[in-house]
Write a protein that binds this ligand. Sequence first.
Ligand code: ZN
Length: 417
Amino acid sequence: METKSDNQNAGWTKLHLPLCALLVFFSGTFLKANGQELKIVKSGHHSFEVPASYLEERENIPSFWLTTIEEVSDFLYHTVRKGRIKVIGTSAGGRPVRAIFYGKPRAEEGTTTFSGSLGFRDVKAYRGPDHDKTVYLGLAAVHGGEFEGIVGMVNLISVIETGQDLRGKEWPEINKIMEQIDRLILIPMVNPDGRARIPLRMEAYQETDHTVHEFLNTGGNPDGTIIGWPQIKEFIPLDFGKPGFPGGYPNDAGVNIQHDNFFGTLQPETQALFDLAERERPDLVINMHTGAVYMNLHRPFSEPVLKPAFNSLYKYVHSKLASEGLQYTKNTETETNPERAPQSVFNLDGALNLHCGALSVVVESPSHSFSGKTKNGKTAVHTPEMLLDAQLICHQEAMRFLAESGGRSKWTPAPKR
Ligand SMILES: [Zn+2]
């Protein structure tokens, strides 16, 4: 059937292909009846209309701001010497998902499943003989339009490899804490399909207007209005054949990986994460997102026994953010109260927890594209430098928490028998 229709359309294709190429290559933009200037964004087999003004690149992009697939892979292959780069999977759209590994993996497997180890009341039986090794897993860009986590991950790798972030700022604490954990795995772009759908290095700054960022991240209608959050989650997988721009949320199969069908057929990106989690049995997963006024950890839907570990992690990260001026106030007592953490629904982090026992936590960053407002109407402006500082502080303090608390084997020790 396909061959026949291809043949039938061959003449059409020959005739029209140069015209299509002209449209994309020369003009790239066209006017709609209402006078709105639109651009065509191609993604896989689909084309989407996006208001041209939404795709204006930021002026004076800082040199540390590396976020595109090409920029990140160039950076990795030029910089990573101490670590190892490995392709851990291929996205639905055929793009490599890369992880960078530091330190030694757990040497041996355990004797039972994670669930079995809970029944046995000793996670050692799942985690294996070197159960007390500490393993940290960092994820960024599960949502492809959330660039801050990618910038943070790239600069964290720079600190580990060279002692400095890409601004030349040193982070001696990160290098010191690195020595105290056994294994570090960083995935700068979990969802390259979603990232590829947004043809920008950095969005223009829109003051307090989040329309452009949300359009690009969670999708929008042909007239430039946003679909909105959480409405975008009503349809998974999203039908790319419908009008509108799907944003950077889903992979090329239309699935938002944060809300995959975890007990059914997994998307390749989720499968790659699950396989990695099974091999490495991480203690702590930090899952970087964008969508907060000030950086904020969300309480995961996970085993209740992990509540004290989450509360402690929250205090580590939020107290340092507060003292560095990256919270609402510098009052570390109020800013570090873990009861303020929003409660997540069941999602990728809950699934990772139940898969391998890790405490897996979403961290929401403020956006480079717009500023949020505090309750008293104050605009919470974050410069790109502040956004990067928050990312690196979060990784630093989360790693410190892991090193000092000793990881899952210490958080839930087996009862004396
Ligand atoms: Zn997100």
